[in-house]
Every structure is written in structure tokens, then in C-alpha cells.
Design a binder for this molecule. Structure first.
Ligand SMILES: Nc1ncnc2c1ncn2[C@@H]1O[C@H](COP(=O)(O)OP(=O)(O)OP(=O)(O)O)[C@@H](O)[C@H]1O
Length: 269
């Protein structure tokens, strides 16, 4: 009987871990000598939105980039620890980072369409990953991705027009369509609305809400209102540490950590 609570705790934890899409253990990131991420451990649930918040420079973007190995592209950056997606170590030498980034897509702060047509922006990824055997397959993939990104009705009659000619909000939804076109399972968003006006922001937030039925979404945001609106889980970073991770409702009403309380009350950052 005395073992009972331990056993139950273990079982509950195992069940939670099994439900995680992404699992990070003892993650450290260094830029040269600078220790930017310290011992971060987090479980990210599937088909939900997890928001990363915290003051400027606390490491949100650095940690986000660990999740699809984008830090590999930064010369002096070193990542240690363990990160798995669906139980697979994404830093295993056998993992091809290009394939990983198709499974774990990314949307950046500034919309960055290629200087090509709307159609080609979306078709580029599926083409390099060999996802369409004929033109009609590619047409279907492009249409479907634009529909999922809530952009189809606005662009279906001008797919040959340049992507850079769209409004900022449309460009950001085009970038989301580009990520979605290669059938990712996870979408990372690094302040996706910071360059958008309130109406375009509302559209992207609505889209995030719809996408979470099918994708695991991790979003970095400076806006606590945005984190509260779009996410189910929130993780608070401070000076490279993950100080608290909680259900978003609890995080913004009754956080466990004083630093979270101070940050959401606007006392620092
Ligand atoms: N390429 C780099 N080389 C050296 N240091 C870096 C590099 N990128 C980030 N850093 C440093 O690592 C720390 C974490 O930066 P990061 O951009 O991840 O923080 P952040 O929380 O996303 O900040 P912000 O909210 O301002 O975007 C900061 O001290 C930053 O100066």
C-alpha cells in the first residue's frame, strides 16, 4: 500500500509523456561562451497551441529554433540535451534536417514570401520533397494549402501574381500555406503577428485556432493577450530558464512562479 502513491504518480507521468508530441530534456544552448538556454525541460502536447512568453532576450526564439534544428544554421551555436518528436531523437545523426523541417515547419516574424508567384511559393516545398507526380496533383496541394491557410478565396483568381504583391497579412497567411503544403505535423511560429495590423492579426489568430485541430503549434509571442487568446499551454522563460509551464488559464490567473506573476503584471520586461 505504501508503494501506491509512487506507482500512481509514475503511471500518470508516463501517460502524460506518452501524450506529448515534443519532449525536451536538459536542453542547453550556447552561442560561443554565452549560455543562452539552461536546462530546459518541457512536454508539448499534440494538436494544441503552446505559447512561449518572457522578456526580451530570455531565449524564447532560441529554444523554438531547437525544435526544428534551425540553430544548426547558426555558426557559433551549440545545442546539448535531448529533444524528441513522437519519441524520435531529432538530433540523431541519422535524421535529415531538411526532412525534419518539412515535418516541423516554421513561420517567421516578418512575412518572407519568395519573389515568385503565389502558386510557386506554395508549390516550392512539395516539389523539392517530391510530393506531386503530376501537375494536377500539385494544383490540388496548392489549393488545399491555401484553403487551410484561409487565403484561397482571396487569391484563387490570381495564383500567377507575385506573392510579394499581397498585403502583409496575406503574405503571412501565404507563408503559413507554404508551411502547411508539405504536410507538417508541427508548426513553429516566431512572433507571426508582430508586423501585422490588428485586423490581419485577428485573421492569423483565427487561423491558428483552426489549425490546432490538425497540427501541434508552438508560438513565440510578446503579447500576453495573444498568448491568452490562442494557446492552451503557456511556457514562461526568464534569463534562459523555463521558469513555469502551465495551462494558459492558470498561467494568467494564478501562476505558480513569482517571476511569471511579475511579468504578466508588467513589473519587468
Ligand atoms: N546568433 C546569436 N549569436 C549570439 N547570441 C545570440 C544569437 N541569437 C541570440 N543570442 C542571444 O541569446 C539570448 C536569447 O536570445 P533570443 O533571441 O532567443 O531571445 P528572445 O526571448 O527570443 O528575445 P526577443 O523576445 O527579444 O526576440 C540573448 O541574450 C541574445 O542576445
Amino acid at each position: 500500500m505504501s508503494n501506491m502513491p509512487t506507482t500512481m504518480t509514475t503511471t500518470t507521468k508516463a501517460a502524460t509523456m506518452n501524450e506529448s508530441k515534443i519532449s525536451a530534456r536538459k536542453v542547453q544552448v550556447f552561442y560561443g561562451d554565452k549560455h543562452a538556454i539552461k536546462d530546459v525541460e518541457i512536454e508539448i502536447p499534440p494538436r494544441s497551441v503552446t505559447a512561449f512568453i518572457g522578456p526580451s532576450g530570455c531565449g524564447k526564439s532560441t529554444f523554438l529554433r531547437c525544435l526544428n534544428r534551425m540553430n544548426d544554421t547558426i555558426a557559433n551555436c551549440r545545442v546539448e540535451g535531448h529533444i524528441s518528436i513522437d519519441g524520435e531523437n531529432i538530433y540523431d545523426p541519422k535524421v535529415d534536417p531538411v526532412q525534419l523541417r518539412a515535418k516541423v515547419g516554421m513561420v517567421f516574424q516578418k512575412p518572407n514570401p519568395f519573389p515568385k508567384s503565389i502558386y510557386e511559393n506554395v508549390a516550392y516545398g512539395p516539389r523539392i520533397h517530391g510530393l506531386a507526380r503530376k501537375k494536377s496533383d500539385m494544383d490540388d496541394i496548392v489549393a488545399s494549402a491555401l484553403q487551410k491557410a484561409g487565403l484561397w478565396n482571396e487569391v484563387k483568381d490570381r495564383l500567377d501574381a507575385p506573392g510579394t504583391g499581397l498585403s502583409g497579412g496575406q503574405q503571412q497567411r501565404l507563408c503559413i500555406a507554404r508551411a502547411v503544403a508539405v504536410s507538417p505535423e508541427v508548426i513553429l511560429m516566431d512572433e507571426p503577428c508582430s508586423a501585422l495590423d490588428p485586423i490581419a492579426t485577428a485573421k492569423v489568430e483565427e487561423l491558428i485556432h483552426e489549425l490546432r485541430a490538425n497540427y501541434t503549434i508552438v508560438i513565440v509571442t510578446h503579447s500576453m493577450q495573444q498568448a491568452a487568446r490562442v494557446s492552451q499551454r503557456t511556457a514562461m522563460f526568464h534569463l534562459g530558464e523555463l521558469v513555469e509551464e502551465n495551462d494558459t488559464d492558470k498561467m494568467f490567473t494564478n501562476p505558480d512562479d513569482q517571476r511569471t506573476q511579475d511579468y504578466i503584471m508588467g513589473r519587468f520586461g
